[in-house]
Ligand binder design. Sequence first.
Ligand code: HEC
Ligand code: HEC
Ligand code: HEC
Ligand code: HEC
Ligand code: HEC
Ligand code: HEC
Length: 418
Amino acid sequence: MYQMPLKISLKNSAVLLVSFFLFIVSFDKLYAQAEAVPADPDVIAAGEKLFKQNCVVCHKIQEKLIGPGLANIYERRDIAWIQAFVKNSQKVIQSGDTYAVDLYEEYDRTMMTPFDFSDEEILSVLAYIKDQTDNPPEAVVISKEAGDTGVTAEQELFARYMNFILGGLIITLILMVVVLVIMSSVLRMFLRTRSDLDEADREIVSQRFNLLALLQSRAFIGFMAFIFTAIAFKTVIDQLYEIGVQQGYAPEQPIAFSHKVHAGEYEIDCNYCHTGVMKSKNANIPSPNLCMNCHSSITEGVNTGTKEISKIYAAIEENRPIEWVRVHNLPDFAYFNHSQHVNVGKLECATCHGPIEEMDVVRQHSLLTMGWCVDCHRTTKVNTKDNAYYDKLVEFHDSPDMMTVESIGGLECAKCHY
Ligand code: HEC
Ligand code: HEC
Ligand code: HEC
Ligand code: HEC
Ligand code: HEC
Ligand code: HEC
């Protein structure tokens, strides 16, 4: 009679104890997970690269984008679960994992791309996420690159300095004129009171400035004619130089696609859409299928509602390409290769295309003339650092630091002309 309750309570306490223990263990495990995420700067850097290349189009750390914000994810979920989910989220969802199914529904059944990553690689991405969670980036100051406008800081300073001096000179001149006018009228008043002047002197003193006579004078007409011809001549010359030059060209596109929204606000990497820049001559304009990676779920834009995005669906339905109007166009006899410049030369897109991520409508930023290509080849040093191909060349070169594109043959006609 006595033993029954004791037994029960023993069993109860055992269950209680075990579950308490389990609770502690799991809490501790999740907590310990945060510790298990590497903090090695090299690993973080590797993770940053993977994250920026693969995840940034859909995920931010602190906020929701197309997928959830990933801050603290290594504390919220089991690391093994995260690894399985990143490798193949659909597999986890189909296994009936309730958390994954709910999340999938919450995000309107947007499919996360499967990634062929190793566990270590995913761990490095988590290391980067942890680093960003612990040290949230402060508002980024977008510094204008010096090469961006072709104007260096010193040149800008010099220009401002010159403006200052010019302004000062103009003010001094005006002051001098005012002082002279005052002096002459004072002198004239003084002379009029004198009675010992003869007739000729009196005439000079009372003489008035005759504007009409000046305008009709031969010297004035000749001078004006000269200025007019000079301006006309200069305009014609400028126009001649600009034939075939389309700097600033910004045609209207069939869909109001905005780089400011995609590359600017949502920071989608240029390579994500222009897939060719790193490996081929052409940069490629994305097909409507690529737009659908995101626009199968994003059906409305803040600025244009459904009007523009629905044109993507129309193109997909009718199975036709979107007829984008070309902005940049070299003549057929000139050869330009993107991968040579972006991948080998390590140039930024902005050096040639300007701040695309601020443009609602793309416009041609640079001249794209032969002079433009050649000027840069004369002045730009070849990036020899991480390119084994140049090692031999550097050995033979007296001053490898001064090795410009010109010195590797960048001015040879045949390099750019077929
Ligand atoms: C095409 C868009 C897309 C890409 C690319 C993408 N994700 Fe996702 N991710 C999602 C969506 C959407 C979800 C929400 C679940 C769902 O709908 O499947 C998600 C969910 C997650 C979750 C679970 C989040 C939570 O709060 O539980 C993790 C972890 C995750 N992603 C990691 C990554 C990593 C790491 C990468 C890069 C290697 C990546 N994702 C790339 C769209 C994407
Ligand atoms: C050295 C200057 C330079 C750099 C750097 C550069 N571009 Fe270009 N880009 C050009 C020129 C020149 C053209 C015109 C090519 C033609 O008409 O054959 C062009 C054309 C394009 C086009 C139109 C399609 C095509 O391939 O002709 C796209 C898109 C483009 N660039 C994107 C990019 C992106 C993205 C980057 C950075 C990853 C980049 N460019 C870097 C000079 C450059
Ligand atoms: C990696 C994801 C992604 C891809 C790929 C993508 N978009 Fe978008 N797009 C977005 C996001 C995010 C928005 C912003 C929605 C909003 O305004 O809230 C957007 C908005 C838009 C808008 C509406 C802009 C506005 O503010 O009204 C248009 C139009 C658009 N996209 C066209 C395209 C076209 C065309 C393509 C293919 C060339 C494309 N998008 C590819 C993510 C993407
Ligand atoms: C979401 C996809 C997407 C992203 C991201 C994107 N672009 Fe584009 N880009 C397009 C589309 C679509 C066009 C054609 C329509 C147009 O000209 O606006 C285009 C056109 C261009 C052109 C003009 C091509 C021509 O006709 O000469 C340049 C240059 C360019 N992009 C550079 C960039 C750069 C640099 C970035 C990164 C800062 C970038 N793009 C990011 C989709 C994208
Ligand atoms: C902003 C600077 C810049 C501009 C503008 C530029 N280039 Fe280049 N170009 C480079 C650099 C840097 C390299 C060297 C890349 C390397 O390391 O191979 C290069 C290399 C080349 C090469 C290969 C040369 C060789 O000897 O292998 C060709 C061809 C070329 N550019 C064509 C052009 C054409 C055509 C234009 C104009 C439409 C142009 N480039 C505009 C910087 C530029
Ligand atoms: C770095 C690349 C590059 C090199 C080197 C180069 N060119 Fe050009 N050239 C171009 C480009 C790009 C154009 C097209 C310019 C345009 O459309 O305005 C061009 C245009 C021309 C034209 C047409 C006239 C014009 O100015 O539009 C002639 C002729 C010409 N090049 C001759 C030469 C000769 C001769 C050489 C060797 C001494 C040479 N080029 C070297 C890139 C180059």
